[in-house]
Design a protein around this ligand. Sequence first.
Ligand SMILES: [Zn+2]
Length: 224
Amino acid sequence: MMERRNQAGIIYWHGDTGSHQVALTFDDGPNEPYTSQILDILDEYAVKATFFMVGRNVENFPETARKVKEAGHVIGNHTYSHRGPILNTPPRVANEISKAEDVIQKVTSISPYLFRPPYGAVGPRVLRQVERLGYVVSQWSVNAGDWRGASPQKIKKRVLSQIEDGAIVLMHDGRNLSAGHDRSSTVAALPEIILSLQDRGYKLVTLPELLKLDSLENFISKGF
Ligand SMILES: [Zn+2]
């Protein structure tokens, strides 16, 4: 409990720069068919990743959320409804995080402790709530820029040109609350990104492994 309390509210932008490790993260899902396609690719290359899920999308795709967990990936909290700035009022922030946590817990039996704010927007008020709720914040050091219209080649180039030891890569398997948002470019870019990184000797790991938070799994109950 102490260890977790000490980490809560910390914002990570990347892992240890002395480690030859990289963490792939996927935001805004679950979103089919793209999340399942990503899971198949990760499985094929024996890679574990981290998925920052939106609560309402978990309600829409509960089986996909369970598949992510069963495949051994890590699930993080990306709020319940991915609203614009959730910064407006502290109660709203807390509600958005808690509601997503409840859904994730109910559907996957996982109690998430990693949080990524929508749009990376984390002001002091948000941070205070995040800390109070026992969450560690993970932003990113490499933005894949996998928005609609970006070609797989461009996504791949953007990721590979920015990669360095300890990088946290931001990609998307969904978009806000829009079910079925086209993520085929991300899916198409993924195998080559993984292959190139593995060729360069990078180990692709989950965020808890990259940030050495594994011991925190023992401190999941939030009694404080
Ligand atoms: Zn998002």
